[in-house]
Structure formats: C-alpha cells, structure tokens
Ligand binder design. Structure first.
Ligand code: PLP
Length: 383
C-alpha cells in the first residue's frame, strides 16, 4: 500500500484518457468493417472515417485531404521526415535539424545521414535551447530540401520561433516540418496555418485522447515518398487498414480539447510558479528554462550531486510521478540530450527532472509536493 496518494506530474509524457473520448473509442469498435471494403459493412466504417477526417480538418482549418492519420506522434514524424526527404532527392540531400528535437525526429535525420547519403546540419541553440531563425537562414544551401524544428520542447517546454522559421523556409523554397505534439491543447492553435509549416506532427494522447494514434498535416500539393509498403490507404500515403476506433477518439479529443486548450493555462501558471519557487529554494538546484516563452505547465530542474534515476525513484516513493525526459538504458538514465545541447555538463544533464502539470493538477497537490520536496531532494543526494 502506498503511504501517499498519487500526484501525477507527467502530463508531457501522457494524459488520462477523457471519459467522453473513451466512450467514443469503445463505440467505434462496433464499426468493425474494413473501410476499404466495397460492401455496406465496410462502407459504414468508411463513412465514419471520412466524417472524422472532415471534422479534424474543420478544427484545423485545412482540407481533409491534407490530413494523414498515423499510429501516433513517432510515426507522424517518421512519415513526415523520411517521406519528405526521400521525395526531394532530385533537388538535393541537405537537411537541417535542431539537436533538441524528440528522438523520433533526431533518429530519422541520423538514419538518413548514416544510411541514405544525406548530409545534416545541426542548428546551434542558445542557453535555453532556442533556435535563432537567422541561424536557419544561414544554414540553408541550394541543395537544402527540409528543415525540422519543433513547436515546444517536451523536456523543457521552451517554445521555438516556428512561424519565423517557416516563413524563411517558404521564401527559400525549402520544406519545413514542425513537431507540434507538445503544443496542441497547451497553446492556441487558430489553425494549421499558424505553424507556417508544410508538415506538422500531432498525437492524441498528449491531450486526453487515446495512445497509438496521431496525424501528419501535409500542406497541399506536397507529395511524400511512402514509408510503409502495402495498400493504398490514406490516399496512398500510409499503408495499413485504418484504426477507426482510435481515429474517432482522436477526432473527439481534437474537437473537445484544442480550442480552448484543455490545459488551463492561467491556473497552471500559478501552480507552476509555486512549484518553481519551492524547487529554487533548495540549495544546489538550478531551475531549467526561461521564465517566459515556454509551456506554462512545465517545470524542470537539475540537482548537482544527484542523478535523474535517484530523483525520480525518491519522488515515486512518495507517490509523485515526474520524468527525466530521457530513456532508461542498462538501469541508468542517459543524460538529457536537450540539456547537453544547451551547454549543461553531463553530470548535471544526468540529474534532470521534469514536472509537467495538467487538467487534474490541484493546488492542494502542488502544496503537498512543495512541502515534501526539500526532504525528498536531500535524500536523492544522499544527505
Ligand atoms: C515532441 C514529441 N514528439 C513526438 C512524440 C512521440 O509521440 P508518440 O508517443 O505518440 O509516439 C512525443 C512523445 O513524447 C513528443 O513529446
């Protein structure tokens, strides 16, 4: 039995499935026909799929044909990056990316460089991890085909100047991909056009939708190289029978939680401020990230003399769910590649913790965490 009730502060990792969205998903399992079948059972599923696409496009203010459903954010990034880079090889093989991207973006670029003869320029970032649009301008060459810079960082919450980057790319006739997975639901999205991007990645489970479903917005008339081989689903852009129940859940989450965003920004700002103040008062702590130009739900810190695994384990012992943002390998957490790119030494980048707040986070929970934090952090340092 846990001594303390759970305090979930890991909303950038995933969010609880909303009960209304869950009912939509469950009802979707009744329409089990294959949307590609000619008979009426298949065509009933097809009608629901088409309707979901229309509704998503209406919220995003884009054309239904510009939406490609995928199996989540990782696949959306793979399809966008591999598909766009390979489709443009006749123009060139030079790509540009920021080193603070999610691994689902980084590893696509690394793969293209290592195995497919592409060259990648890695953009410099400043001390908070932000890309200067001028640096994108300077990195573009005649053979550049694709730039990828995310909307908001999953580890630190830092916003990137995506619209300025997108405009520069468009002027130079270079494709721009924006991984906006962490932006939706947290910041305003008047429509896909706000990203000024040719390709935008989205996934549903970051805003109370189901896991394993996402989408790529693909600005018409862009054509991608297929990254999965098989049937002609999704207008020949993503092979495989569509996962109708999850797509219906995704559409419901987008309709319900995008505008206004499901993350209560003003309340979260106040809660995040209390948490930051409590964290900053502990000796040896460095709060990560700027005070403005970031997701209001995200609070990060590093603690010298400790490491992420000890910190997360000690928090978890008291029921507090947080994250380090990086993967666990061989029983240890890798240093955060985001903080390394920002110039943190490896010892501090390996002692990073991220709290990310959300719809269900209460003032009482944050008060309780703030009260217990100094002792938990002291234990994590072996004091
Ligand atoms: C910025 C970013 N991109 C992509 C992903 C991957 O999304 P999914 O978990 O749906 O594969 C995540 C998930 O953590 C993310 O934070």
């Amino acid at each position: 039995m846990r001594r303390f009730p759970t305090v979930y502060l890991d909303y950038n990792a995933s969010t609880p499935l909303d009960p209304v969205v869950r009912d939509v998903v469950i009802a979707g399992f009744e329409s089990w026909g294959n949307p590609s079948s000619v008979h009426h059972v298949g065509q009933e599923a097809r009608a629901l799929l088409d309707d979901a696409r229309d509704r998503v496009a209406s919220v995003f203010r884009c054309r239904p044909s510009e939406i490609v459903f995928t199996g989540g954010g990782t696949e959306a990034n793979n399809l966008a990056i591999l598909g766009a880079a390979r489709a443009r090889v006749s123009k060139g093989r030079h790509l540009i990316c920021s080193p603070t991207e999610h691994p689902a973006v980084l590893q696509c670029f690394e793969h293209l460089a290592r195995h497919e003869g592409f060259e990648v320029s890695w953009l410099p970032v400043d001390a908070v991890g932000r890309v200067d649009p001028e640096a994108v301008c300077a990195a573009i060459r005649p053979d550049t085909t694709l730039v990828s810079v995310m909307a908001a960082n999953n580890e630190t919450g830092v916003h990137q100047p995506f619209a300025a980057i997108g405009r520069i790319c468009r002027e130079r006739e270079v494709l721009y991909h924006c991984d906006a997975v962490q932006w939706f639901g947290k910041e305003p999205v008047p429509g896909m056009a706000c990203f000024e991007a040719d390709l935008v990645s989205f996934c549903a489970h970051k805003l109370h939708g189901p896991k394993g479903v996402g989408l790529v917005y693909l600005r018409a008339p862009l054509v991608l190289s297929r990254h999965m081989l098989g049937g002609p689903q999704e207008n020949d852009r993503r092979a495989g029978t569509e996962n109708l129940p999850l797509v219906l859940g995704l559409a419901s989450a987008i309709e319900r939680f995008l505008s206004p965003g499901v993350f209560p920004t003003r309340d979260l700002q106040a809660l995040a401020h209390s948490l930051t103040t409590a964290v900053a008062s502990v000796e040896g702590i460095q709060v990560v990230g700027p005070s403005t130009g970031r997701l209001s739900n995200t609070v990060g810190f590093v603690l010298g003399g400790s490491d992420s695994l000890a910190l997360l384990a000690n928090l978890d012992l008291e029921g507090i769910c947080a994250s380090s943002g990086s993967a666990c390998s061989a029983g240890a957490l890798e240093p955060s590649h985001v903080l390394l790119a920002q110039g943190y030494p490896p010892s501090l980048a390996a002692a990073f913790v991220r709290f990310s707040l959300g719809r269900e986070t209460s003032a009482e929970q944050i008060r309780s965490v703030c009260d217990r934090l100094p002792a938990i952090l002291a234990r994590s340092r072996g004091c």
